[in-house]
Design a protein around this ligand. Structure first.
Ligand code: OOG
Ligand code: NI
Length: 470
């Protein structure tokens, strides 16, 4: 009997969720179809350069999911399930203040952390936990009712959690156990047909549509599943041409002539879905909910903390100019102007200024012409080697999320702003509270990128037989 490694389980898990979500939300299949066309055409247009930020086979299979849970206990359980697929918590996002609408959640992303694991299958899931005890959103009475409702439900059966632990402990499972794990894990994220308690759902929805989606139903489900494209502007135009209304803008960095950084995302609005309700008079019957939508993304280069500071300043400058009525009022046009004024236009300059993360390869011709073929006995600085072309930077792709875009994505799909009482003090959460809740360390994304870059610089030094200073 063959043994399934974590990455094989992860790849199959992503495929199964994709099939299930496509059955639940058929517009998702259209999005995947158009994404595939966009990527194929981009490859035809650009040739080998098209794969600079990821091989076409990786990008075609690449998805991120979004799910939402209701309590620390559920968060810990979902962490055990994802560990069975080699997906670990990375990064902390506090969306409670990132948006003017009511988004009472704190989040992390479960994903593979090693470069070769990402290359085998990069599936990641943005996972949000309801901050059910935050008094800015929930009264004492509602906190109590939420606690009761959520603690009475079971998202994941014990058999799933035990199989998941076994997979994580043994770095995989045999075929029989693997098949059972995949069945149970996929079912854990299926939209339930249990009747939704109408009064309870509406009560929570008045506070926040995110709260009702999480705490108003008896199970969790995929909120969206996002394919990756190599040209998001092309995707946006093609979806519009098919008559699918997209949100007004692409979130994150603008399109411009220089290197793509971080993450650009866009989505189409949540669609009405039929659900069964139990109404106030005791009758059970059909109704509609509008919470799930389709999202697509384009990924760029990961920024160092200095690069991220620059990014945040550019976003703030874009906001300032828009508020001052400068430009034509179109955010992406104003942002493009700000980018052109502030961001280096080449990857080489980004590397020299230490604004983004790269791995390095040797250019043999440059080595011959600059050093007669050998650097041995010298010491060299990385910047000199980048400058004279001996060390060629290759971008490290951003594998994480952006809080402002995430809040924007949540918000663009809410019909109502909900309520938040800012006079109250919020409950404290940070990356270490999140680690305690999940019961696993939560990695700092920058440390992961930095380690990749350091490993590559060390290997470069070994290949050249020198000590490289940075
Ligand atoms: C998660 C929103 C965040 C993204 O791509 O930034 C997200 C959610 O709606 O649950 O998925
Ligand atoms: Ni998303």
């Amino acid at each position: 009997m063959s043994f399934l490694e974590l990455w094989q389980l992860r790849a199959e898990f992503a495929r199964r969720l994709s099939t299930m979500y496509g059955d639940e939300v058929p517009a998702y299949n259209t999005l995947v179809e158009v994404s595939t066309e966009v990527n194929e055409d981009f490859l035809k247009r650009k040739g080998a350069e098209a794969e600079r930020l990821g091989s076409i086979s990786r990008v075609t299979a690449e998805r991120h999911g979004a799910i939402r849970v209701g309590s620390p206990k559920e968060m810990a359980q979902v962490g055990r399930v994802f560990a069975a697929f080699g997906m670990h918590p990375v990064g902390f996002y506090d969306l409670r203040d990132a948006s003017k609408s009511s988004v009472p959640v704190v989040s992390t992303a479960f994903r593979p952390v090693d470069r070769d694991e990402l290359a085998k299958n990069p599936f990641r899931v943005f996972t949000s936990m309801l901050a059910a005890e935050d008094p800015r959103f929930f009264t004492k009475e509602l906190q109590e009712q939420l606690r009761e409702f959520i603690s009475a439900r079971t998202l994941f059966p014990e058999e799933l959690l035990e199989l998941a632990d076994k997979a994580a402990a043994n770095a995989g499972l045999d075929e029989t156990d693997g098949a059972r794990l995949l069945d149970l894990a996929t079912a854990g994220f299926k939209l339930s047909d249990d009747p939704v308690d109408h009064a309870w759902y509406k009560k929570l929805e008045a506070v926040s549509a995110v709260a009702s989606d999480i705490g108003g139903v008896t199970s969790t489900h995929i909120n969206h599943l996002t394919p990756r494209v190599l040209d998001i502007d092309d995707l946006y135009a093609r979806m519009q041409a098919r008559g699918i209304t997209m949100i007004d803008e692409i979130q994150g960095p603008p399109r411009w002539d220089g290197p793509d950084i971080l993450l650009r995302q866009t989505s189409f609005r949540a669609l009405s879905e039929d659900r069964i309700f139990r109404f106030e008079d005791g009758t059970v019957g059909p109704g509609e909910l509008r919470v799930r939508f389709g999202e697509v993304e384009q990924r760029g280069i990961a920024l160092t903390p200095a690069g991220r500071d620059l990014y945040d300043r550019m976003v703030a400058e874009t906001d300032r100019r828009l508020a001052a009525g400068e430009g034509n009022g179109v955010r992406v046009d104003v942002a493009r102007q700000v980018w052109e004024e502030n961001l280096p236009r080449t990857e080489k300059e980004l590397a020299l200024k230490k604004l983004a993360y790269f791995t390095y390869v040797v250019d043999g011709d440059a080595l011959n012409s600059n050093y007669g073929g050998s650097l041995q006995g010298h010491s060299a600085s990385l910047n000199v080697l980048i400058e004279n072309g001996v060390a060629v930077p290759e971008p490290i792709v951003y594998e994480d999320f952006l809080p402002r875009s995430a809040a924007g994505i949540f918000q663009s799909n809410l019909t109502d702003e909900g309520t938040r009482d800012d006079a109250q003090a919020g409950t404290d959460f940070d990356i270490s509270t999140m680690a305690q809740i999940i019961g696993q360390a939560v990695a700092d994304p920058n440390e992961l990128y930095q380690r990749q870059q350091d490993d590559s610089v060390r290997a470069l030094g070994e290949a050249l037989g020198v000590d490289i200073t940075t």
